[in-house]
Design a protein around this ligand. Sequence first.
Ligand SMILES: NC(=O)c1ccc[n+]([C@@H]2O[C@H](COP(=O)([O-])OP(=O)(O)OC[C@H]3O[C@@H](n4cnc5c(N)ncnc54)[C@H](O)[C@@H]3O)[C@@H](O)[C@H]2O)c1
Length: 343
Amino acid sequence: MKTILIFGCGSIGNHMSFASRKLGYKVYITDINEKAMIRMKNEIFPKRYKKWDNKINLISYNNVFDLNIGFDLIIIGTPPSSHLKIFKICKSKLKFKNILIEKPLTIVENKLLNKNLFKKKKYNIYCGYNHSISKSVNFLLRYISKLSKVKYVQVHWKEGWRGIMGAHFWMKNEFSSYLGNIKEGGGSLHEHSHGLHLLFLILKKFQINLEIEKFKSKILYLKKKSKKYDQFSSFVGNKKNIIFKYETDLISEPAEKNILILSENLRIQLIFNYKKNFDAIIINKNNSQKIRLFKKTRSSEFENELKHIINSKNKVNLKSNLGVDNAISVMKIIKKVIKNAKK
Ligand SMILES: NC(=O)c1ccc[n+]([C@@H]2O[C@H](COP(=O)([O-])OP(=O)(O)OC[C@H]3O[C@@H](n4cnc5c(N)ncnc54)[C@H](O)[C@@H]3O)[C@@H](O)[C@H]2O)c1
């Protein structure tokens, strides 16, 4: 039986525990805050999935590093500012084959962020950009590899607080956690970095490396006392005659998460959550339109991600979209967007 250890009993910790149990994995989960463990058992999990699952092993943070188990997967599902610190502790104290660090990999200002930290790899390191391995995105990435004369690529990843706070119903508002503080990994660029990861992967297909390309960016911040976050961020650039544009916000209701690509005689759009439990790809070509639907559920998104990692045939899987190198690039892009917006 596959054995998983999860750090963080918050929103993602609950998703991952449920998805892992559905796949029949043995789950251990811990949190630095004892109250968060109790809340998971008594409130979050029963509210989301009807009742607590007794086979989930809640393990106190003080005891977790004494577990003498070779884990198939460790998941770091804690606030972004703690990800790399926990990763370093796991490296020195635990045995594992794969590690999944949630998105974003860290916060822009983290000095630990350099490739050396991820170098010596006896294990695979992934970052939680689960949308980037979904059926709809896989289809899109395959489809666009065949396109010529692409002239426009646009990604929107826009969602207001209502949906996000719904998944954190025990919090008063965004300032109750890292979400409302850019320094702790909150704000639209960090929180919605799924969209940046997708734009990065798409442009890579056209041999454009967003990490090094020039673009103009705009950020609108919201401030409250000592905290602030980017409630709207965007950038636009042009390389190889392809105009690329990214827009993200923490305002849009309903959420708007989509990709648009235009080539000389074709328009292809991926609309996430086109209707309940479906993504859609809409292709317009020669005055005709085709719509292709991709079924999913919230849990299946995480099950898909877990299977992608656990069933990976390579011992060290460098090719996955979820590979840590892509996530490092996303952090560098976030840093550049913030820096450019100051100019
Ligand atoms: N891939 C996705 O779709 C997805 C969805 C939700 C969240 N996330 C990511 O997961 C991470 C956590 O988000 P969340 O919404 O679950 O946050 P959350 O605030 O709901 O939960 C985080 C938990 O981590 C605990 N924690 C903090 N520091 C810790 C430490 N050092 N060791 C152990 N536990 C610690 C906190 O006590 C808290 O219970 C973020 O990076 C977020 O972006 C990803």
